[in-house]
Design a protein around this ligand. Structure first.
Ligand SMILES: [Zn+2]
Length: 134
């Protein structure tokens, strides 16, 4: 991404260090969703969103319960995949996804799995839908 937020003209497939770009990140940056959505997904797969588990490592935070259900510690996986509210939301979308089917170890693992499945089924447009739903 350029300093002005423009993604056009950025060479995909190779990072600034000359190393191969992670396919997961390449999918995000090459998607047709608005830049702010790309950045949000990048923060999710990089696990840098300020969820309560991360905030507790930096500041004193007494309440670590999920902001949605109040029944579990809030981390990225719980907030977006395991929380009953999130599960209901994902399942009620046109994508009809069950986010708790597998024991995901990271958001990036889930995201990579789902986007790979979309690609294998020839439904790449679902990537954009899922990105916007997130
Ligand atoms: Zn919850």
């Amino acid at each position: 991404m350029k300093r002005n937020g423009d993604f056009k003209g950025v060479v995909l497939g190779e990072g600034s260090t000359g190393k191969a770009v992670d396919p997961c990140l390449k999918n995000i940056w090459s998607s047709r969703v608005p830049p702010r959505v790309k950045i949000f997904i990048w923060k999710c797969v990089s696990n840098i969103l300020p969820t309560k588990d991360r905030l507790r490592r930096r500041v004193v935070l007494l309440d670590s319960n999920c902001v949605l259900c109040q029944n579990a510690n809030e981390d990225l996986l719980h907030l977006f995949l395991d929380c009953p509210f999130s599960c209901s939301l994902w399942f009620s979308t046109p994508l009809n996804m069950c986010t708790t089917r597998y024991p995901w170890t990271s958001f990036k693992e889930w995201w990579t799995h789902v986007t790979t499945q979309f690609k294998a089924m020839g439904c790449e447009e679902n990537f954009d839908k899922m990105a916007c739903l997130l």
